[in-house]
Design a protein around this ligand. Sequence first.
Ligand code: ADP
Length: 388
Amino acid sequence: MTTVLVVNSGSSSLKYQLLDHAEQVVASGLVERIGGAGRITHRGPGGEVIVDADVPDHRAALALMLATCTSSGADLAPDVVGHRVVHGGARFSAPVVVDDAVEAAVEELAALAPLHNPPGLLGIRAARATFPGVPQVAVFDTAFHATIPPEAATYAIDAGLAADRGIRRYGFHGTSHEYVSQEAARFLGHAGRFVVLHLGNGASACAVSGGRSVATSMGLTPLKGLVMGTRGGDLDPGAVLHLLRSGMTVDEVDTLLNRRSGLAGLTGSGDLRDVLAAAGGGDAQAELALDVYAHRVRGYVGAYLAHLGGLDALVFTAGVGENSPEVRARVVGGLGHLGLAVDPARNGAGERVARLVSPDDGPVPVLVVPTNEELQIARHALTAVAPG
Ligand code: ADP
Protein backbone atom coordinates (compact mmCIF):
# COMPACT_ATOMS: atom_id res chain seq x y z
CA MET A 1 0.00 0.00 0.00
CA THR A 2 1.42 3.34 -1.03
CA THR A 3 0.45 6.65 0.48
CA VAL A 4 1.41 9.92 -1.17
CA LEU A 5 1.52 13.28 0.57
CA VAL A 6 1.18 16.21 -1.84
CA VAL A 7 2.52 19.54 -0.60
CA ASN A 8 1.77 22.87 -2.29
CA SER A 9 3.74 25.43 -0.38
CA GLY A 10 3.15 29.18 -0.63
CA SER A 11 5.11 31.92 1.12
CA SER A 12 2.70 32.04 4.07
CA SER A 13 0.51 29.01 3.48
CA LEU A 14 0.86 25.29 2.92
CA LYS A 15 -1.80 23.12 1.28
CA TYR A 16 -1.58 19.36 1.60
CA GLN A 17 -3.39 16.25 0.51
CA LEU A 18 -2.83 12.64 1.49
CA LEU A 19 -3.85 10.10 -1.14
CA ASP A 20 -4.04 6.33 -0.74
CA HIS A 21 -3.09 3.61 -3.25
CA ALA A 22 -6.52 3.94 -4.89
CA GLU A 23 -5.98 7.69 -5.47
CA GLN A 24 -8.59 8.50 -2.83
CA VAL A 25 -8.04 11.58 -0.65
CA VAL A 26 -7.58 10.34 2.92
CA ALA A 27 -6.94 13.77 4.42
CA SER A 28 -6.35 17.29 3.21
CA GLY A 29 -5.93 20.73 4.61
CA LEU A 30 -4.42 24.16 4.68
CA VAL A 31 -2.05 25.84 7.11
CA GLU A 32 -2.40 29.63 6.85
CA ARG A 33 -0.49 32.64 8.17
CA ILE A 34 2.84 30.84 8.47
CA GLY A 35 5.30 33.19 10.16
CA GLY A 36 3.15 34.04 13.17
CA ALA A 37 -0.21 33.23 14.73
CA GLY A 38 -1.38 30.61 12.25
CA ARG A 39 -4.27 28.25 11.71
CA ILE A 40 -4.77 24.78 10.31
CA THR A 41 -7.99 23.67 8.66
CA HIS A 42 -7.79 19.89 8.38
CA ARG A 43 -10.27 17.48 6.82
CA GLY A 44 -9.88 13.79 7.53
CA PRO A 45 -11.86 10.69 8.38
CA GLY A 46 -13.06 12.40 11.58
CA GLY A 47 -14.44 15.45 9.74
CA GLU A 48 -13.10 19.00 9.76
CA VAL A 49 -10.81 20.29 12.49
CA ILE A 50 -9.66 23.91 12.84
CA VAL A 51 -6.77 24.66 15.21
CA ASP A 52 -5.14 28.04 15.88
CA ALA A 53 -1.47 27.74 16.78
CA ASP A 54 1.83 29.53 16.58
CA VAL A 55 3.40 28.60 13.21
CA PRO A 56 6.77 30.33 12.94
CA ASP A 57 7.89 28.54 9.75
CA HIS A 58 7.10 25.81 7.20
CA ARG A 59 8.62 23.10 9.38
CA ALA A 60 6.25 24.11 12.17
CA ALA A 61 3.41 23.98 9.63
CA LEU A 62 4.21 20.34 8.83
CA ALA A 63 4.54 19.54 12.55
CA LEU A 64 1.09 21.05 13.10
CA MET A 65 -0.24 18.99 10.19
CA LEU A 66 1.17 15.79 11.70
CA ALA A 67 -0.16 16.57 15.19
CA THR A 68 -3.61 17.43 13.84
CA CYS A 69 -3.70 14.25 11.78
CA THR A 70 -2.71 12.11 14.74
CA SER A 71 -5.19 13.76 17.11
CA SER A 72 -7.99 13.27 14.60
CA GLY A 73 -7.24 9.59 14.25
CA ALA A 74 -5.48 9.43 10.85
CA ASP A 75 -2.12 7.82 10.35
CA LEU A 76 0.07 10.22 8.38
CA ALA A 77 3.01 8.13 7.26
CA PRO A 78 3.63 8.91 3.59
CA ASP A 79 5.71 6.58 1.42
CA VAL A 80 6.55 9.48 -0.88
CA VAL A 81 6.03 13.25 -0.81
CA GLY A 82 5.24 15.18 -4.01
CA HIS A 83 5.95 18.91 -4.09
CA ARG A 84 4.58 21.51 -6.45
CA VAL A 85 7.46 23.64 -7.70
CA VAL A 86 6.61 26.47 -10.06
CA HIS A 87 9.75 26.95 -12.14
CA GLY A 88 11.93 24.13 -13.38
CA GLY A 89 13.80 26.29 -15.90
CA ALA A 90 15.48 24.55 -18.81
CA ARG A 91 17.01 21.97 -16.48
CA PHE A 92 13.90 20.06 -15.36
CA SER A 93 11.66 18.71 -18.08
CA ALA A 94 10.21 15.98 -15.85
CA PRO A 95 9.52 15.38 -12.16
CA VAL A 96 12.64 14.57 -10.18
CA VAL A 97 13.52 12.91 -6.88
CA VAL A 98 14.97 15.64 -4.67
CA ASP A 99 18.53 15.44 -3.43
CA ASP A 100 20.89 18.21 -2.36
CA ALA A 101 21.80 19.02 -5.99
CA VAL A 102 18.14 19.34 -7.01
CA GLU A 103 17.46 21.50 -3.99
CA ALA A 104 20.36 23.77 -4.98
CA ALA A 105 19.11 23.95 -8.59
CA VAL A 106 15.60 24.93 -7.45
CA GLU A 107 17.21 27.62 -5.31
CA GLU A 108 19.18 28.92 -8.31
CA LEU A 109 15.99 29.03 -10.37
CA ALA A 110 14.55 31.50 -7.85
CA ALA A 111 16.34 34.12 -9.94
CA LEU A 112 13.80 33.39 -12.72
CA ALA A 113 10.82 33.03 -10.36
CA PRO A 114 11.50 35.17 -7.30
CA LEU A 115 7.87 35.13 -6.16
CA HIS A 116 7.21 31.47 -6.79
CA ASN A 117 10.21 29.20 -6.27
CA PRO A 118 11.31 30.23 -2.76
CA PRO A 119 8.06 29.01 -1.11
CA GLY A 120 8.36 25.66 -2.93
CA LEU A 121 11.87 25.32 -1.61
CA LEU A 122 10.70 26.05 1.94
CA GLY A 123 8.18 23.21 1.61
CA ILE A 124 10.81 20.80 0.28
CA ARG A 125 13.28 21.61 3.06
CA ALA A 126 10.62 21.32 5.75
CA ALA A 127 9.39 17.97 4.41
CA ARG A 128 12.91 16.54 4.05
CA ALA A 129 13.51 17.39 7.71
CA THR A 130 10.09 16.15 8.87
CA PHE A 131 10.10 12.87 6.90
CA PRO A 132 13.73 11.76 6.80
CA GLY A 133 14.24 8.79 4.50
CA VAL A 134 10.97 9.36 2.65
CA PRO A 135 11.61 10.21 -1.02
CA GLN A 136 10.61 13.73 -2.00
CA VAL A 137 9.67 14.45 -5.60
CA ALA A 138 9.61 17.91 -7.15
CA VAL A 139 6.90 18.31 -9.81
CA PHE A 140 7.38 21.43 -11.91
CA ASP A 141 4.64 23.63 -13.41
CA THR A 142 6.92 24.23 -16.37
CA ALA A 143 7.77 20.58 -17.18
CA PHE A 144 4.76 19.74 -19.38
CA HIS A 145 5.76 22.60 -21.68
CA ALA A 146 9.26 21.22 -22.31
CA THR A 147 7.89 19.87 -25.63
CA ILE A 148 7.09 23.33 -27.01
CA PRO A 149 9.09 23.66 -30.25
CA PRO A 150 11.88 26.24 -30.50
CA GLU A 151 9.91 28.57 -32.76
CA ALA A 152 7.23 28.89 -30.06
CA ALA A 153 9.67 29.08 -27.14
CA THR A 154 12.20 31.55 -28.52
CA TYR A 155 11.93 35.29 -27.92
CA ALA A 156 13.31 37.32 -30.79
CA ILE A 157 15.91 39.26 -28.80
CA ASP A 158 19.73 39.11 -28.75
CA ALA A 159 20.25 35.35 -28.95
CA GLY A 160 23.45 35.27 -26.91
CA LEU A 161 21.97 37.31 -24.10
CA ALA A 162 18.79 35.23 -24.07
CA ALA A 163 20.81 31.99 -23.88
CA ASP A 164 23.08 33.39 -21.19
CA ARG A 165 20.20 34.54 -18.97
CA GLY A 166 17.76 31.71 -19.72
CA ILE A 167 15.26 34.10 -21.30
CA ARG A 168 12.71 32.06 -23.26
CA ARG A 169 9.13 30.90 -22.95
CA TYR A 170 8.75 28.24 -20.24
CA GLY A 171 5.00 28.33 -19.56
CA PHE A 172 3.21 27.39 -16.34
CA HIS A 173 0.11 25.53 -15.07
CA GLY A 174 1.68 22.53 -16.82
CA THR A 175 0.48 20.01 -14.25
CA SER A 176 -3.09 21.22 -14.78
CA HIS A 177 -2.83 21.35 -18.58
CA GLU A 178 -1.40 17.84 -18.61
CA TYR A 179 -4.05 16.38 -16.30
CA VAL A 180 -6.93 18.14 -18.06
CA SER A 181 -5.77 17.19 -21.55
CA GLN A 182 -5.41 13.55 -20.43
CA GLU A 183 -8.93 13.62 -18.97
CA ALA A 184 -10.27 15.24 -22.15
CA ALA A 185 -8.62 12.52 -24.23
CA ARG A 186 -10.16 9.87 -21.98
CA PHE A 187 -13.58 11.52 -22.29
CA LEU A 188 -13.39 11.78 -26.08
CA GLY A 189 -11.64 8.46 -26.62
CA HIS A 190 -8.70 10.01 -28.47
CA ALA A 191 -5.82 12.44 -27.87
CA GLY A 192 -6.18 14.91 -30.70
CA ARG A 193 -5.58 18.63 -31.01
CA PHE A 194 -6.91 20.45 -27.97
CA VAL A 195 -6.84 23.99 -26.68
CA VAL A 196 -7.02 23.92 -22.87
CA LEU A 197 -8.09 27.13 -21.12
CA HIS A 198 -7.01 27.13 -17.46
CA LEU A 199 -8.98 30.12 -16.18
CA GLY A 200 -8.49 30.67 -12.44
CA ASN A 201 -6.91 33.50 -10.48
CA GLY A 202 -3.94 32.83 -12.71
CA ALA A 203 -4.93 31.94 -16.26
CA SER A 204 -3.25 30.38 -19.26
CA ALA A 205 -4.07 28.75 -22.57
CA CYS A 206 -2.27 25.69 -23.89
CA ALA A 207 -2.26 24.04 -27.30
CA VAL A 208 -1.93 20.28 -26.87
CA SER A 209 -1.27 17.94 -29.78
CA GLY A 210 -1.25 14.19 -29.22
CA GLY A 211 -0.83 14.72 -25.47
CA ARG A 212 2.10 17.14 -25.80
CA SER A 213 2.14 20.88 -25.14
CA VAL A 214 3.08 22.73 -28.33
CA ALA A 215 2.26 26.31 -27.31
CA THR A 216 1.21 28.13 -24.17
CA SER A 217 0.34 31.69 -23.25
CA MET A 218 2.55 32.24 -20.20
CA GLY A 219 6.19 32.96 -20.84
CA LEU A 220 9.43 33.42 -18.97
CA THR A 221 7.22 34.27 -16.01
CA PRO A 222 3.51 33.81 -15.20
CA LEU A 223 2.84 37.45 -16.14
CA LYS A 224 2.33 36.83 -19.86
CA GLY A 225 -0.77 35.91 -21.80
CA LEU A 226 -4.39 36.01 -20.68
CA VAL A 227 -6.07 38.58 -18.44
CA MET A 228 -5.97 37.21 -14.87
CA GLY A 229 -7.26 38.20 -11.44
CA THR A 230 -4.45 40.64 -10.65
CA ARG A 231 -2.11 40.21 -13.65
CA GLY A 232 -2.83 41.78 -17.01
CA GLY A 233 -1.14 39.27 -19.29
CA ASP A 234 0.11 40.55 -22.64
CA LEU A 235 1.58 44.03 -22.47
CA ASP A 236 3.90 45.96 -24.75
CA PRO A 237 7.33 45.77 -23.04
CA GLY A 238 7.67 49.42 -24.08
CA ALA A 239 4.99 50.25 -21.49
CA VAL A 240 7.28 48.87 -18.75
CA LEU A 241 10.19 50.99 -20.02
CA HIS A 242 7.93 54.03 -20.18
CA LEU A 243 6.80 53.56 -16.56
CA LEU A 244 10.39 53.10 -15.37
CA ARG A 245 11.56 56.19 -17.26
CA SER A 246 8.68 58.20 -15.88
CA GLY A 247 9.96 57.62 -12.36
CA MET A 248 8.37 54.43 -11.01
CA THR A 249 10.76 52.12 -9.22
CA VAL A 250 11.28 48.49 -10.26
CA ASP A 251 9.40 47.37 -7.14
CA GLU A 252 6.47 49.67 -7.93
CA VAL A 253 6.23 48.33 -11.47
CA ASP A 254 6.51 44.78 -10.11
CA THR A 255 3.56 45.44 -7.78
CA LEU A 256 1.60 47.07 -10.61
CA LEU A 257 2.10 44.08 -12.91
CA ASN A 258 1.57 41.34 -10.31
CA ARG A 259 -1.09 42.84 -8.04
CA ARG A 260 -2.73 45.92 -9.57
CA SER A 261 -3.44 44.70 -13.09
CA GLY A 262 -5.85 42.28 -14.75
CA LEU A 263 -9.44 42.33 -13.52
CA ALA A 264 -8.30 44.01 -10.28
CA GLY A 265 -6.59 46.79 -12.22
CA LEU A 266 -9.55 47.33 -14.52
CA THR A 267 -12.38 47.09 -11.98
CA GLY A 268 -10.99 47.09 -8.42
CA SER A 269 -11.76 43.37 -7.89
CA GLY A 270 -9.73 40.42 -9.09
CA ASP A 271 -12.63 38.02 -8.47
CA LEU A 272 -14.57 37.34 -11.63
CA ARG A 273 -17.78 36.88 -9.66
CA ASP A 274 -17.59 40.52 -8.54
CA VAL A 275 -16.91 41.67 -12.10
CA LEU A 276 -19.85 39.68 -13.47
CA ALA A 277 -22.14 41.08 -10.76
CA ALA A 278 -21.00 44.65 -11.46
CA ALA A 279 -21.46 44.18 -15.21
CA GLY A 280 -24.91 42.72 -14.56
CA GLY A 281 -25.71 45.91 -12.64
CA GLY A 282 -24.80 48.05 -15.64
CA ASP A 283 -21.20 49.00 -14.69
CA ALA A 284 -19.55 49.94 -18.01
CA GLN A 285 -15.98 49.45 -16.73
CA ALA A 286 -16.82 45.92 -15.55
CA GLU A 287 -18.39 45.19 -18.94
CA LEU A 288 -15.22 46.46 -20.64
CA ALA A 289 -13.10 44.21 -18.38
CA LEU A 290 -15.15 41.15 -19.39
CA ASP A 291 -14.82 42.14 -23.05
CA VAL A 292 -11.04 42.49 -22.72
CA TYR A 293 -10.90 39.13 -20.90
CA ALA A 294 -12.93 37.24 -23.52
CA HIS A 295 -11.27 39.00 -26.47
CA ARG A 296 -7.84 37.92 -25.21
CA VAL A 297 -8.94 34.32 -24.75
CA ARG A 298 -10.48 34.21 -28.23
CA GLY A 299 -7.26 35.56 -29.72
CA TYR A 300 -5.27 32.69 -28.23
CA VAL A 301 -7.84 30.09 -29.33
CA GLY A 302 -7.59 31.42 -32.89
CA ALA A 303 -3.79 31.49 -32.83
CA TYR A 304 -3.58 27.96 -31.46
CA LEU A 305 -6.08 26.67 -33.98
CA ALA A 306 -3.72 28.02 -36.63
CA HIS A 307 -0.68 26.39 -34.99
CA LEU A 308 -2.45 23.06 -34.45
CA GLY A 309 -3.83 22.98 -38.00
CA GLY A 310 -7.34 22.31 -36.67
CA LEU A 311 -9.11 21.70 -33.40
CA ASP A 312 -10.62 18.52 -31.91
CA ALA A 313 -11.79 20.08 -28.62
CA LEU A 314 -11.81 23.29 -26.64
CA VAL A 315 -11.50 22.54 -22.92
CA PHE A 316 -12.32 24.85 -19.99
CA THR A 317 -10.89 24.28 -16.52
CA ALA A 318 -10.02 25.91 -13.12
CA GLY A 319 -12.12 28.23 -10.93
CA VAL A 320 -13.57 30.41 -13.69
CA GLY A 321 -13.46 27.86 -16.50
CA GLU A 322 -15.26 25.20 -14.45
CA ASN A 323 -17.79 27.42 -12.67
CA SER A 324 -18.78 30.28 -14.94
CA PRO A 325 -21.25 29.45 -17.74
CA GLU A 326 -21.32 33.15 -18.57
CA VAL A 327 -17.59 33.40 -19.21
CA ARG A 328 -17.68 30.21 -21.31
CA ALA A 329 -20.58 31.63 -23.32
CA ARG A 330 -18.81 34.98 -23.78
CA VAL A 331 -15.63 33.29 -25.02
CA VAL A 332 -17.26 30.74 -27.29
CA GLY A 333 -20.00 33.12 -28.45
CA GLY A 334 -17.55 34.94 -30.69
CA LEU A 335 -16.14 31.76 -32.23
CA GLY A 336 -19.08 30.28 -34.12
CA HIS A 337 -17.20 30.68 -37.41
CA LEU A 338 -14.59 28.23 -36.06
CA GLY A 339 -17.23 25.59 -35.38
CA LEU A 340 -17.46 26.37 -31.68
CA ALA A 341 -20.72 26.79 -29.79
CA VAL A 342 -22.18 26.10 -26.34
CA ASP A 343 -25.54 24.48 -25.67
CA PRO A 344 -27.23 26.77 -23.09
CA ALA A 345 -28.72 23.93 -20.99
CA ARG A 346 -25.50 21.90 -20.94
CA ASN A 347 -23.41 24.99 -20.30
CA GLY A 348 -25.61 25.97 -17.35
CA ALA A 349 -25.46 22.55 -15.67
CA GLY A 350 -22.99 22.37 -12.82
CA GLU A 351 -21.77 18.85 -11.99
CA ARG A 352 -18.08 18.61 -11.07
CA VAL A 353 -17.26 16.00 -13.71
CA ALA A 354 -15.80 16.10 -17.20
CA ARG A 355 -18.68 17.01 -19.49
CA LEU A 356 -19.67 18.24 -22.91
CA VAL A 357 -21.18 21.74 -23.07
CA SER A 358 -21.48 22.06 -26.86
CA PRO A 359 -24.51 20.84 -28.83
CA ASP A 360 -24.47 17.31 -30.28
CA ASP A 361 -24.24 18.73 -33.80
CA GLY A 362 -21.42 21.16 -32.88
CA PRO A 363 -18.46 20.46 -35.19
CA VAL A 364 -15.91 20.95 -32.40
CA PRO A 365 -16.64 19.59 -28.88
CA VAL A 366 -16.43 22.13 -26.07
CA LEU A 367 -15.70 20.45 -22.72
CA VAL A 368 -15.53 21.40 -19.08
CA VAL A 369 -12.97 19.24 -17.25
CA PRO A 370 -12.34 19.82 -13.52
CA THR A 371 -8.62 20.07 -12.90
CA ASN A 372 -6.89 18.09 -10.15
CA GLU A 373 -3.27 19.19 -9.82
CA GLU A 374 -2.81 17.32 -6.53
CA LEU A 375 -3.76 14.01 -8.10
CA GLN A 376 -1.43 14.63 -11.04
CA ILE A 377 1.41 15.51 -8.66
CA ALA A 378 0.72 12.32 -6.68
CA ARG A 379 0.83 10.23 -9.88
CA HIS A 380 4.11 11.85 -10.92
CA ALA A 381 5.58 11.36 -7.44
CA LEU A 382 4.78 7.64 -7.56
CA THR A 383 6.14 7.24 -11.09
CA ALA A 384 9.35 9.07 -10.18
CA VAL A 385 10.12 6.69 -7.31
CA ALA A 386 8.95 3.54 -9.10
CA PRO A 387 9.76 4.05 -12.77
CA GLY A 388 8.16 1.67 -15.19
P1 ADP B 1 -6.11 29.66 -8.47
O1 ADP B 1 -5.59 30.19 -9.77
O2 ADP B 1 -5.75 30.49 -7.31
O3 ADP B 1 -5.91 28.16 -8.27
P2 ADP B 1 -8.88 28.97 -8.92
O4 ADP B 1 -8.65 28.11 -10.09
O5 ADP B 1 -9.40 28.35 -7.67
O6 ADP B 1 -7.66 29.89 -8.57
O7 ADP B 1 -9.90 30.10 -9.37
C1 ADP B 1 -10.34 31.06 -8.45
C2 ADP B 1 -11.19 32.08 -9.16
O8 ADP B 1 -12.30 31.43 -9.79
C3 ADP B 1 -11.82 33.10 -8.21
O9 ADP B 1 -11.01 34.20 -8.01
C4 ADP B 1 -13.07 33.48 -8.94
O10 ADP B 1 -12.80 34.65 -9.69
C5 ADP B 1 -13.33 32.38 -9.92
N1 ADP B 1 -14.62 31.72 -9.68
C6 ADP B 1 -14.92 30.75 -8.80
N2 ADP B 1 -16.23 30.43 -8.89
C7 ADP B 1 -16.75 31.20 -9.87
C8 ADP B 1 -18.05 31.35 -10.46
N3 ADP B 1 -19.08 30.60 -10.04
N4 ADP B 1 -18.20 32.26 -11.43
C9 ADP B 1 -17.17 33.02 -11.85
N5 ADP B 1 -15.94 32.91 -11.35
C10 ADP B 1 -15.73 32.03 -10.38
